[in-house]
Design a protein around this ligand. Structure first.
Ligand SMILES: Cc1ncc(COP(=O)(O)O)c(C=O)c1O
Length: 423
């Protein structure tokens, strides 16, 4: 829906919710409460809500553990040995990959390191890593440690994409220009699919294409993109991608993460990698031999047997994603976030401004709002009123209406209370 079609009144929000073909999905989630009422939860970019079915998925595994003990590895209702495979197809579909290209394992930063061990191969001529300025701190720490590990210095080997003076977001043409200009020095391009602070979505297809054309390895941190934007990783062709599953994927705090390795590396046995027994060919894994024989594809990067309880919660959530469908979710998301932007812009105030790009294709669900004065206080006041967004220093309030469980009425009520708190 375009900005011109939105209206300011509450009846418009109610009518939009009435027409929403995804509205029943809200009933599948548990909402935190404040003063006996459901919160207006706009924090799915940080921690998604708990699916109501999560408890029964976890209980099944606890029951099988209680009744079967170690036998559960092979005889549980959903045997634990191949349990992670139950997620392969849905995960592949969600990120636009082939099943052999994805695996759920570890957490995001661990997977990022594993990928860099294999794919960051600096030489004297080509040793730089390109990231966005203001990349998530864990990514900054990880790439700097990898640079030092290879005997280089971050001061020289870390290249940062920086917005133009007075701007908050990167221009697509500036990203392209930098990759074209410095591509022969860049060993690895590592960008977020969506920047955690500004909410800017990058043109991953174009970046992967230009980067690879210039001979760079391309990796994406999809923490804020997975379950938020439709992705076509196989087609776009990055070498790898990593993500966490506790934001838009609703897998629960600290949930197991995910990893994509492009099919062209599926049999790249000569790549250096850190290894563990779960990456060993499953046909001979329990022969307990001393020599590592990797599985083909992303599976070959696994280290340990995965946490079944965490996988169980993720399964509960992925079933919901499967029935909603990413394309339908994205259509609603673009409209819901557009509506939020429209209502905020109607306020015509200097007290706050939106720093996320206005173009739908350059953002996901999240809007980042710069608050001029006492922003942290505003955030805390709203939490006290049962409205959950979050605060990022120095001046950014982040909110994301999530299409699986947020409504137009949520957005309407949020803007009314937010405007009162900032005026
Ligand atoms: C963009 C981004 N990268 C990396 C991380 C770190 O994730 P983890 O703690 O799962 O390693 C986060 C966490 O919120 C994030 O938002």
């Amino acid at each position: 829906m375009s900005q011109a079609e939105f209206q300011t009144g509450e009846t418009f929000a109610l009518a939009m919710d009435e027409r929403d073909s995804l509205r029943d999905f809200r009933e599948r989630f548990l909402f935190p409460e404040s003063r006996g009422r459901e919160c207006i939860y706009l924090c799915g970019h940080s921690l998604g809500l708990q699916p109501k079915t999560a408890a029964s998925y976890v209980e099944q595994e606890l029951k099988d553990w209680a009744q079967l003990g170690v036998e559960g590895h092979f005889h549980a209702k959903y045997p634990w040995m191949p349990y992670h495979r139950l997620l392969a197809e849905q995960t592949a579909e969600l990120v636009g990959a082939k099943p052999i290209e994805v695996v759920v394992m570890n957490s995001l930063t661990v997977n990022l390191h594993l990928m860099m061990v294999s794919f960051y191969r600096p030489t004297r001529e080509r040793n730089k890593i390109l990231i966005e300025r203001g990349a998530f701190p864990s990514d900054q720490y990880a790439v700097k440690s990898q640079i030092r590990y290879h005997g280089f210095e971050p001061e020289a080997a870390l290249l940062e994409l920086t917005p133009r003076a007075g701007e908050d977001c990167m221009r697509d043409e500036d990203i392209e220009e930098l990759i074209e200009r410095s591509g022969n020095e860049i060993a690895l391009i590592l960008l977020g699919g969506v920047n955690y602070a500004t909410g800017q979505a990058f043109d991953m297809e174009r970046i992967a294409w230009i980067g690879r054309k210039r001979g760079c390895v391309v990796g994406f941190d999809l923490a804020h993109a997975v379950g938020n934007l439709p992705l076509k990783l196989h087609e776009w062709g990055p070498d790898f991608a990593v993500w966490c599953s506790y934001k838009y994927l609703n897998g629960g705090p600290g949930c197991i993460g995910g990893c994509f390795v492009h099919e062209r590396h599926a049999q790249a046995w000569n790549l250096p990698r850190l290894t563990g027994w779960w990456g060993h060919d499953e046909k001979t894994r329990f022969k307990m031999g001393p020599d590592f024989q990797p599985m083909a594809g992303a599976d070959g990067w696994q280290l340990s047997n995965p946490p079944i309880v965490s996988l169980a919660v993720l399964r509960a959530s992925m079933e919901i994603f499967g029935s909603a469908g990413m394309d339908r979710l994205r259509t609603k998301s673009a409209s819901l976030t557009g509506y939020l932007e429209y209502l905020l812009n109607c306020q015509k105030t200097a007290a706050f401004s939106i720093i996320t790009p206005p173009e739908t294709q350059r953002r996901g669900a999240q809007l980042s709002i710069r608050i001029l004065k006492n922003g942290r206080g505003v955030c805390e006041q709203l939490i006290g009123e049962g409205i959950l967004g979050d605060w990022r220093e120095p001046d950014t309030y982040r909110v994301a209406p999530v299409p699986l469980y947020n409504t137009y009425l949520d957005v309407f009520q949020f803007v009314r209370r937010f405007t009162a708190a900032t005026s």
